[in-house]
Design a protein around this ligand. Structure first.
Ligand code: MD3
Ligand code: FE
Length: 205
């Protein structure tokens, strides 16, 4: 039986092709200022297969020494993260149903063989705010479960232009990306998948 946590919304085709192309250009500019880097797991130092960067006042990073955290600067360049593109701030206003703007936009880049293991997003101080995710480029097989690691999971595909809003009970649901389907989109010249996640990190005053 398919069980999706309450507050989970998948909106297929939210962004049309022109909006996706414009967003890719915004992300290319951001990546020029804040290059993709290879994050490593806490304690083991094992590299993740997904490469990452961020936009916004705070960015999510991980490495062997410091573990999972948010910080205001890029781990290699030491520079502040570039601003979150205006179109993403507008998109948050449209779908988040949350009064304050996001503080972080994590940019995940998946090559054809990259994946992301089942995990919870729990490094934020404010779980009242949703996580909003935008998919660009190749289709992926995505999995979402419940609040406990062993809860049953539901799998489905996320395509270029799709949005996922994780609010309410779904905010702390376990989730992951099992695989990428190469050559399923023509959006990115060299293929692969970009996922953007918008997050509120601190509690508003
Ligand atoms: C948040 N990224 O960066 S985003 C991550 O496609 C991450 O790159 C995935 O998980 C990606 O942390 C998935 C969509 C998503 C789906 C379910 C969630 C984010 C979620 C459930 C709870 C919180
Ligand atoms: Fe996540």
């Amino acid at each position: 039986m398919q069980v999706l946590p309450r507050g989970f919304r998948h909106i297929p085709g939210y962004l049309d092709r022109a909006a996706q192309e414009a967003l890719v250009e915004d992300i290319r500019l951001a990546v020029r200022a804040a290059p993709l880097y290879t994050p490593t797991m806490p304690k083991t130092g094992k590299p993740m297969s997904v490469r990452m960067t961020n936009c916004g006042a705070l960015g999510w990073v991980t490495d062997k020494q410091g573990g999972y955290r948010y910080q205001p600067t890029h781990p290699s360049t030491g520079e502040p993260w570039p601003p979150i593109p205006g179109t993403l701030l507008e998109l948050w206003k449209e779908v988040a149903q949350y009064s304050e703007p996001p503080e972080a936009c994590l940019v995940n880049f998946y090559s054809g063989t990259a994946k992301m293991g089942l995990h919870q997003d729990r490094d934020e101080a404010d779980f009242a705010a949703p996580v909003v995710s935008v998919s660009l480029g190749d289709t992926c097989l995505f999995r979402v479960g419940g609040r406990m690691r062993d809860d049953p999971t539901t799998s489905f595909k996320l395509k270029s232009g799709d949005l996922v809003v994780l609010g309410g009970e779904s905010r702390l649901a376990f989730h992951g990306v099992d695989r990428i389907y190469p050559t399923t989109s023509t959006l990115l010249r060299n293929g692969g998948r970009i996922n953007l996640t918008l997050r509120r990190v601190t509690k508003p005053a």
